[in-house]
Write a protein that binds this ligand. Structure first.
Ligand SMILES: Nc1ncnc2c1ncn2[C@@H]1O[C@H](COP(=O)(O)OP(=O)(O)OP(=O)(O)O)[C@@H](O)[C@H]1O
Length: 267
């Protein structure tokens, strides 16, 4: 944990929110990663960060969680906030096979009943004794989600929770997240590329491209000119458009879409 989070964090003006970022910026090795980002995360609401590849979404999430120190701005956190974090990827040792039970217990003490409970909540309690190396990509996402629930979080922070899940299963993952939010009464902050599902499932959307291009309710964001410039279909062929996961290249009107971010200054 970084020193700046060990110091008492200012909580003035949080007004019931779980987290608030004010003017957050990050420069690494002389390169601007984020600038002047304001956003809030509220209890009982799903806030989703979207944006093109390299927009700084994962980095912003890590800053919100205190895993990365910003170089500018202030972060306000509710005192005693318990966070369950599901990272974008996790390295599983192929040489030392461990069961799902052992894997979930790595973070600390957790009774077997508790492990079974969280796995049950995400629909994979049958995997408890299975080697973690043998589970499918979609099952692994659920196991990581279960791991994030172990601390009975006030805030669930999810980095691409539907990554590696086939299209038909992605909707189920989003429904599951909404159900967990209802069950735990927690806030959710997540990063996602599944724009169609985000627009259905989020209470609030932050469209990021180094800075906040637009933010608000999904209906408003999906009509915003900045959003349409980044993701819209009215963009001429050949202009970079991001509608899905970064490994996918999209063919717009026969033109290969380039895998580079659009003009960052203008979103
Ligand atoms: N530790 C680091 N040192 C230098 N540059 C970094 C570091 N971490 C991230 N970056 C850069 O910051 C930018 C934002 O990365 P980040 O992973 O936050 O983007 P993202 O929006 O989550 O992208 P994606 O959609 O591809 O996952 C990238 O250009 C990345 O190379």
């Amino acid at each position: 944990m970084f020193e700046f989070l060990k110091k008492p964090q200012p909580t003035d003006g949080l007004q019931g929110r779980l987290l608030e970022a004010r003017g957050i910026g990050l420069e690494l090795s002389g390169r601007r990663i984020l600038r002047d980002v304001d956003m809030t995360v509220e209890p009982g609401r799903i806030t989703t960060i979207i944006g093109p590849n390299g927009a700084g979404k994962t980095t912003l999430l890590r800053i919100l969680l205190g895993l990365q120190a910003p170089t500018e701005g202030r972060l306000l956190r509710r005192p005693g906030l318990r966070i369950g974090y599901m990272p974008q990827r996790i390295v599983v040792d192929e040489v030392m096979p461990i069961t799902v039970q052992r894997f979930l217990a790595l973070g600390g003490r957790a009774p077997r009943d508790e492990l079974r409970r969280v796995l049950g909540e995400v629909g994979v309690s049958h995997l408890l004794e299975q080697p973690v190396q043998s589970v499918s990509g979609g099952e692994m996402q659920r196991i990581l989600l279960a791991r994030a629930l172990l601390r009975r979080p006030h805030l669930l922070a999810l980095d691409e929770p539907a990554q590696g899940v086939d299209v038909s299963g992605q909707g189920e993952v989003f429904q599951l997240i909404a159900a967990l939010r209802d069950r735990y009464g927690c806030g959710v902050v997540m990063v996602s590329h599944e724009l169609h599902l985000v627009m259905e499932a989020a209470d609030s959307v932050v469209c990021l491209n180094q800075h906040v291009c637009c933010t608000g309710r999904p209906e408003a964001v999906s009509q915003d000119p900045a959003y349409l410039r980044l993701f819209g279909h009215s963009i001429p062929p050949g202009v970079a458009v991001y509608t899905h996961h970064h490994d996918h290249r999209h063919d717009l009107h026969g033109d290969v879409v380039k895998d580079v971010a659009p003009d960052r200054e203008e979103c």
